[in-house]
Write a protein that binds this ligand. Structure first.
Ligand code: XUL
Ligand code: CO
Length: 437
């Protein structure tokens, strides 16, 4: 059985190709800065949007045409769906995928049955990985869909829900390890609150930290070598999510002695929901040694919610890859398309158009970023802008040799600060356009 009979393996045909089911820029073996595109980009398909997305929204049920689905959430269907997923990923030529436990296998009547279902699907996932060479970028647990998580998981007011969540994450960690997962992600789900009037925030934050400490202890106990990643998001589903953005999450991790155990999985549409650009979040995380992986997508500037669209904007992909190149790669992380096709794009072929276009946009972004780095025009402007720090009083301040008193003496003698120089924003923006050919 084939789910995508009309699609052959997607090939690289070069920038002049007009074939919509070919790559114009993603050429996996092409070397950029001494590394293959495949290894720079480390693309992953996400199981939840691509294989479980139905196109439902708050105004209507799913309308996606998925001929392989039998309309049930049975274990049998879950097993058949694994074949569809691996056919799709093999044809696309992605090296990785990501999943939540509940994307791949259905919940049973109780925890034991749920775990048994998961084991059955994991067995098939392991065989499929073995057969195709496709690997698991990260696993995670869905601690937000089931009604037991109505008040959150580790921040729930119900201690039993904390216990259930611990058991569920324990299992998810075990299967992620079993499948050779290179990271494990914690996205907050419903860890946050809807009204401050019914919320004991201090207690909830303490519980969240205790949960993370337990996860770290168990990771070490079972010898899971992957990276733990926190995925910040400011709002949705709760009005105030605790892992608000990278700065807030780093402060939380430091406050509870957890910062050495985690990095961040930074998501574009989460950055913009926090009124940041993706560039801000990436640079903030990277500057603090915390950029671990990327959930690649984009929002809609006219809509205030998490639209999770496929990214095609070259300014976005080029800047993202500039940050990634700047820190010499994402390590065990990768670029996961946490993105869904629009409800209006309901045919199976739209899944291919979406991924092919975004993979190409990142491959082109990678080439643009490498070109920007190569001729150094933009970095020269930045370097020049900060040149007052390279010698004289600037270098002395950076070296920790100055104080308020010494700087007062310096400025009393000098009378006033040296003149400022222009920021050259328009020049930089014009230079940038030269690369986006
Ligand atoms: C939700 C979101 C999640 C995480 C994994 O906004 O991005 O799908 O990536 O739980
Ligand atoms: Co995400």
């Amino acid at each position: 059985m084939t789910a995508f009979p009309d699609v052959a393996k997607i090939k690289y045909e070069g920038p002049d190709s007009k074939n919509p089911l070919a790559f114009r820029h993603y050429n996996p073996d092409e070397m950029v800065e001494g590394k293959s595109m495949r290894d720079h980009l480390r693309f992953a398909v996400c199981y939840w949007h691509t294989f479980r997305g139905t196109g439902s929204d708050p105004f209507g049920p799913g309308c996606a045409v998925r001929p392989w689905e039998d309309g049930t959430d049975s274990l049998d269907m879950a097993l058949k769906r694994v074949d569809v997923a691996f056919e799709f990923m093999e044809k696309l030529g992605v090296p990785y995928y990501c999943f939540h436990d509940r994307d791949v296998s259905p919940e049973g009547a109780n925890l034991a049955e749920t775990n048994k279902n998961l084991d059955a699907v994991v067995k098939k996932l392991a065989e499929s990985q073995q057969r195709t060479g496709i690997k698991l970028l990260w696993g995670t647990a869905n601690l937000f869909s089931n009604k037991r998580f109505v008040h959150g998981a580790s921040t729930s007011c119900n201690a039993d829900v904390f216990a259930y969540s611990a058991a569920q994450v324990k299992k998810a960690l075990e299967v992620t390890k079993e499948l050779g997962g290179e990271n494990y992600v914690f996205w907050g789900g419903r860890e946050g609150y809807m009204t401050i009037w019914n919320t004991d925030m201090k207690r909830e934050l303490d519980h969240l930290a205790r949960f993370f400490h337990m996860a770290v202890d168990y990771k070490k106990k079972i010898g899971f070598a992957g990276t733990f990643l926190i995925e910040p998001k400011p709002h949705e589903p709760t009005s105030h999510q605790y892992d608000f953005d990278c700065a807030n999450s780093l402060a939380f991790l430091r406050g509870y002695g957890l910062d050495k155990e985690f990095k961040f999985n930074v998501e574009t549409n989460h950055a913009t929901l926090a009124k940041h650009t993706m560039g801000h979040e990436l640079v903030y995380a990277s500057a603090n040694g915390m950029l671990g992986s990327i959930d690649a997508n984009r929002g809609d500037p006219l809509l205030g919610w998490d639209t999770d669209q496929f990214p095609t904007d070259l300014y976005l992909t080029a800047h993202t890859m500039l940050v990634v190149l700047g820190q010499k790669g994402l390590g065990s992380g990768g670029l996961n398309f946490d993105a869904k096709v629009r409800r209006e794009s309901f045919e199976p072929i739209d899944l291919f158009h979406a991924h092919v276009g975004s993979m190409d946009a990142f491959a082109q972004g990678l080439k643009i970023a490498a070109a920007i780095r190569k001729d150094g025009l933009i970095s020269d402007v930045v370097k020049q802008r900060y040149s007052s720090w390279d010698s004289g009083v600037g270098a002395s301040i950076e070296a920790g040799k100055e104080s308020f008193e010494s700087l007062e003496a310096y400025m009393l003698k000098k009378g006033d600060a040296d003149k400022n120089v222009s920021g050259r924003q328009e020049l930089i923006e014009n230079v940038l356009n030269r690369y986006l050919r």
